[in-house]
Design a binder for this molecule. Sequence first.
Ligand SMILES: Cc1cc2nc3c(=O)[nH]c(=O)nc-3n(C[C@H](O)[C@H](O)[C@H](O)COP(=O)(O)OP(=O)(O)OC[C@H]3O[C@@H](n4cnc5c(N)ncnc54)[C@H](O)[C@@H]3O)c2cc1C
Length: 408
Amino acid sequence: MNGMASQLIVIGGGAAGFFAAITCAEKAPHQHVIILEKTATLLAKVRISGGGRCNVTNACFDPAVLVQHYPRGGAALRGPFTRFQPRDTLEWFARHGVPLKTEADGRVFPTTDRSSTIVECLIKAAQQADVEIRTSVTIDSIERADRSGLVVRSRTGEPLSADRVLLATGSNRHGYDWAAALGHTLEPPVPSLFTFAIDDPRLQGLAGISVPNAQVQIDGTRLQQRGPVLITHWGLSGPAILKLSAWGARVLHDRQYQTDVRLNWLPDLNDDQLRQRLLMIKTEQARQWIAATSPLGLPLRLWQRLIGAAGIAEELRWTELSKRHIATLIEQLRHGVYRLHSKGEFKEEFVTCGGVNLDEVNFKTMESRRCPGLYFAGEILDIDGVTGGFNFQAAWTTGWLAGQAMAS
Ligand SMILES: Cc1cc2nc3c(=O)[nH]c(=O)nc-3n(C[C@H](O)[C@H](O)[C@H](O)COP(=O)(O)OP(=O)(O)OC[C@H]3O[C@@H](n4cnc5c(N)ncnc54)[C@H](O)[C@@H]3O)c2cc1C
């Protein structure tokens, strides 16, 4: 190992580390860029991402709108997204031989629908740019050098001196420890992007049913989301739930994932409008069984469950619906309280909220304001997005900025 030569070290062979190393090496071919990866596998998360398809980014091209998809880090990413945004990601991968496609909901995938396409592209690009990749490296410490730069000490081999070091270790504990040892404040890491485990008779046996536009709120907070809600075997999932898990990541963690959530199955109506609708149906369908058809667009089995929960007997006809019934039905349809008993899994994507405090990083260069020569990119930062490709986009953007700055 060359202990004295000028070199740039990237710690972490994940999405952000690779993107930074390639950007830097392509821009400054004379620089010696080394990736040090702890495990034997490169880009492991890219490989398993998006259910094996890798949701590379999202076709959201307006930086002002794009930042709204980040519960943490949106404001800091505003400037960076004017320099490297999803359009640049599409262009970058196309230029490196990987065409991407956009699905109806805006999510972007490789046309092959295989994450291995992205992994192979990044590894090939790194090799072509002469990035040196070392795997299975156990780093013991990162310290400031006597005069300038940093020294990386690993369990095997000589210490490595570097003018610039990028920490791109994702949510790994050692990465956080090194950042702290070099003067950084850490926002406590907690999980984001999960489903809600709820054991409630109103949902039992309804797995697979989805409601395209429901509203869900964390009780006692203003945190609420609207959108598709999916009933699963263990509780609730779907875009509205996942978004709420991201925006509410801290509150839900503080409540140990045990809290009430309020479900409004009909958010387009207010209570009065709903009452009027129910009274109208009562007149129009007076002789019909209430449980026979779902009159408000909800899936029939959910409707039946909710009228049951409202204390309305199955054999009741609309004409027999009392004022009190209407009141309890409105409660069930628009103000149902469900008990979250634990955090559920979302296998397609998850991410850590928390990490290096953003005020301590210069978002023009991704260089630390506390330790000259130290850079950050990716999930190690206190940045996380909702599901849909936004997390990788943050990794590409911060990696690209760091790579540009380290090269100059
Ligand atoms: C199952 C799953 C699916 C996902 N799917 C998507 C998706 O489709 N779209 C999306 O936008 N986001 C997705 N994400 C989130 C996305 O994977 C992350 O946001 C992204 O990988 C962060 O990139 P990163 O480079 O910062 O961290 P990582 O990808 O985690 O890379 C960090 C790297 O550093 C290495 N490392 C850690 N500690 C050390 C150490 N001490 N020394 C040396 N090396 C170290 C790790 O081994 C790893 O290779 C998914 C996440 C998961 C878990």
